[in-house]
Design a binder for this molecule. Structure first.
Ligand SMILES: O=C(O)CCC(=O)C(=O)O
Length: 320
């Protein structure tokens, strides 16, 4: 495939994205991403797109795409609050919903990840995050601890679908924490306001402290996979803090990753991706249909449990 984005030239998409949104994704924004590990893009998508994605996420949770792991029985009479409220997230949503599948290579996102990652970009993962009132936040973590690349190119586009505020559980970042290129250790914590069993620790906190990323629906933050980040608990008494996130990496990196936590070797390469920009130098390997959407209810994930067990084995080796 010629260099370009989903069948059009990247120049053409960059042009139309700018024209449509008046957006100048300038060197300044790229420099901010390199320096701080994230960049906010206001009004990335319009209200109609947000609504379409919200409807689609609701349809998945109501079983419109049939059985998927974690789907609980529901009836048409149940309110959205009731049905969606049972879940934290739908992972790999882009593989079950054609609408969310198209979103991963959306022409408003593609030129941005092209600038942040490089000319060749693949979209590998997605989550439709729900976070109902009362749901806990996520402890400090780095996405590359779970989804490792070989070139530190992992980048998440986190798009708010509801207003995201400190009160309802927006993201929080440790600016610049990606720069050392270190995956920090993890430990258990007892904070009931946080969902995941383990938290990253030992990273330097800059003088300015952490930053809260409050966003209006349709606005987005793009952040680096080494950036230490987490989110707050949704302490409101009703409603959601929904977001759609897509995860990207350079097409040059092999992905020793299994979204379902199967054991992987350093030579493995997760080949279930969407080419978003440019060319895949490993195109000869082909694409494999592996990822399956699943719904997750609150509590530690399989991966959390596996990492906790591994860490325990390191600290207390057998026979010690
Ligand atoms: O949306 C959230 O609350 C947390 C998302 C997050 O930290 C992640 O998926 O890595």
């Amino acid at each position: 495939m010629p260099r370009g984005c989903i069948g059009q030239t990247s120049e053409c998409i960059r042009h139309s994205a700018r024209k449509q949104h008046g957006m100048q994704f300038a060197d300044r924004e790229v420099a901010a991403y390199r320096e701080r590990g994230y960049v906010v893009v206001e009004n990335l998508v319009d209200r109609a797109t947000v609504d379409t994605w919200l409807v689609e996420g609701t349809r998945i949770c109501r079983g419109a795409y049939g059985a998927l792991d974690g789907l609980l029985p529901s009836t048409p009479e149940q309110s959205d609050e009731d049905v969606l409220g049972a879940y934290v997230t739908c992972a790999i949503a882009h593989k079950i919903s054609p609408v969310l599948g198209q979103g991963i290579a959306d022409p408003r996102i593609a030129p941005i990840v092209e600038r942040l990652i490089g000319p060749n970009v693949k979209g590998i993962h997605s989550q439709f995050f729900i976070k109902h009132a009362g749901m806990p936040g996520n402890a400090w973590h780095q996405d590359e601890a779970f989804v490792p690349t070989r070139d530190r190119s992992l980048c998440t586009a986190w798009i708010a679908l509801d207003p995201a505020t400190v009160e309802n559980g927006c993201l929080r970042f440790v600016p610049g924490s990606h720069r050392p290129g270190v995956i920090y250790p993890r430990r258990r914590h007892n904070n009931p306001a946080l969902d995941r069993e383990e938290e990253a620790y030992g990273f330097p906190m800059p003088a300015e402290g952490e930053v809260s990323i409050e966003l209006a629906p349709g606005s987005a933050v793009f952040f680096n996979g080494y950036l230490v980040h987490g989110s707050y608990q949704n302490v409101r008494s009703s409603g959601f803090r929904r977001a759609l996130l897509y995860v990207y990496a350079s097409a040059e990196t092999l992905m020793a990753w299994s979204p379902r936590n199967d054991p992987v070797s350093a030579y493995d390469d997760y080949r279930d991706y969407t080419l978003v920009c440019g060319e895949d130098p490993y195109a000869w390997k082909g694409i494999r249909d592996i990822g399956r959407a699943y719904l997750r209810t609150p509590g530690p994930t399989l991966q959390d449990k596996r990492l906790a067990a591994m860490q325990e084995a390191e600290v207390f080796p057998a026979g010690s």
